[in-house]
Design a protein around this ligand. Sequence first.
Ligand code: GLY
Length: 287
Amino acid sequence: MVAILVHGGAGPHRPDDDVEGAKRGCLVAARAGYEVLRRGGSAVDAVEAAVRVLEDDPVFNAGIGSALTRDGRAELDASVMNGATLDAGAVAGVTCFQNPITLARRVMERSGHVMLMGPGAEAFGREQGLPTVPNEALVTAAARRELQEHRTSNGTVGAVAIDSAGHLAAATSTGGTTGKLPGRVGDSPLIGCGTFADDRKAAVSCTGLGEAIIRVTLARAAADLVEDGLDGFEAARRAVATLARARGQAGLILVTPAGQLAWAFSTQRMSRGWVDSRGEGCGFGAD
Ligand code: GLY
């Protein structure tokens, strides 16, 4: 049994949202990850592949199309975690990689560290031979408009998967929040906050207001509730409910060790797509 679930970000539902583009993009990403699993790839391979598709799609707040800092630049955060080994890798504030999720995976597998930030992360990526892009290549007209209109964005993308060996993985990538201060780091690269995976608990990826997600260590909280025996959807709902005390709204996706895919969100929408042995699907709001 293999399965994958991705999200394309939680937030307010605006009249100009590209609902169909977001649903289609999530499904395309989920299919890409599922194909990796079907061919015998690991859960880590699958979540990286799915998140790369979302980073390459300008509809989403990650990679190309990232939300911009107050100064109009893209500063990207990403992380990945392997539920079999508890290995994790993360990068924060990187400005010249279209696929920071792959850089995060290199940190996990080749750096001896868990997290690298800013110029050090970028130097490591160059050493690793990862392709770089000018910062402007990550900036879209839509992201500039959002900044000019002072509209907040809580996009973020992520994926969770279970592979044929029963191992779990989670990955998350984001441009963060529109108009953020340069140097601001959200939940996405923080293990236990935006991303968590443990084969004995669950794999979880979060989206929404990072400042609130960090305060309740949302991803770890949801995984612990699964370990306590809750159904996946109930665990997701209860974890998201803890955000009220931290004055924030967010959403999360998870996969349990039994292969159940589940999600919850307290925002108006959280685009998502999934593929498992029973078929595939996608959603945007409460649908
Ligand atoms: N959840 C993404 C962020 O707040 O940066």
